[in-house]
Design a protein around this ligand. Structure first.
Ligand code: COA
Length: 254
């Protein structure tokens, strides 16, 4: 699977989204590779930290829209939901280096990362409504928590993007750097974490996330059921078809 590169060195597993010609949009096979890698990293004591990264110009354009049409993830066993359960319950530190657009799950997966280093070209968006869908990854809970309801409504109802400065202010990311430096900074911070006592890291992360853990798990199930149903409804089909045909969607009849 070359669309996901997996490299483990010095106790850090780095997962690189590597489908740049399709803007690192994520297919079912890519989610499976990511979910498998996370399961391995969770079980293997030799892995102490996980880092996600994309390319200097694009983190991810979100779910592959052709996949949404051809192989919609309409059950909770689907690879995307397996990946989301994996990242949201991962007990060791997770970092991300994010440059360029981070669309849909490219943004919502970051709610489940502990440290996010963003290039100054990063642009975050959750345009689920514009696709006839609803939020996933518990973002319907976590976005209002982090951003406040007003800004979450702009992001989730209007689907408006927000830039690195706003993401820093709300605490979604930890630092903004030039795009060429984001991946190296994430690696340096991951190496620092990898030398710290593992039990302390795991317990600290558990305690920091304890207040939201059960709500996140429940919300992901509820969102997943709605998302799976909406994928097959006329608004979403129109949005996906319009994207593939490179035209604006017409929601006047849905
Ligand atoms: N699924 C499938 N293919 C995608 C894709 C996606 N989510 N995002 C981009 N691509 C493909 C395009 O179809 C295009 O393919 P082609 O070269 O065969 O025509 C290629 O990647 C380049 O995309 P393009 O839109 O030309 O790049 P851009 O730099 O102008 O814009 C984005 C980049 C990310 C802003 C834009 O591609 C985009 O908005 N993508 C869709 C995002 C989305 O709605 N994702 C779903 C979220 S739930």
């Amino acid at each position: 699977m070359t669309d996901i590169l997996i490299d483990t060195s010095a106790s850090v597993m780095t997962l690189t989204l590597n489908r740049v010609d399709k803007k690192n949009s994520l297919t079912g096979a890519m989610y499976t590779a990511l979910a498998d890698a996370l399961a391995l990293a969770q079980a293997d004591d030799a892995v102490r930290v996980v880092v996600f990264q994309g390319h200097e110009t694009i983190f991810s354009a979100g779910n592959d829209i052709a996949d949404f049409l051809g192989a919609p993830p309409d059950t909770l066993d689907a690879p995307v939901f397996r990946f989301l359960r994996g990242i949201s319950t991962f007990t060791k530190p997770v970092l991300a280096a994010v440059c360029g657009p981070a669309v849909g799950i490219g943004t919502t997966m970051l709610f489940h990362c502990d440290l996010v280093y963003a290039g100054d070209n990063a642009a975050f968006s959750m345009p689920f409504v514009n696709l006839g869908l609803c939020p996933e990854a518990a973002s319907s809970y976590l976005a209002p928590q982090l951003m406040g309801y007003g800004r979450a409504a702009e992001a989730l109802l209007l689907g408006e993007p927000f830039l690195a400065e706003a993401a820093l202010e709300m605490g979604l990311i930890s630092r903004i750097v030039p795009p060429a430096e984001a991946a190296a900074l994430a690696q340096r911070q991951a190496q620092k974490l990898a030398t710290k006592p593992m039990a302390s890291l795991i317990e600290t992360k558990r305690l920091m996330r304890k207040g939201q853990a059960s709500i996140v798990a429940e919300r992901m199930v509820e969102e997943g059921r709605s998302f799976g149903r909406m994928l097959r409804e006329p608004a979403a089909r129109e949005a996906f078809t319009a994207f593939m045909e490179k035209r604006k969607p017409d929601f006047s009849k849905v």
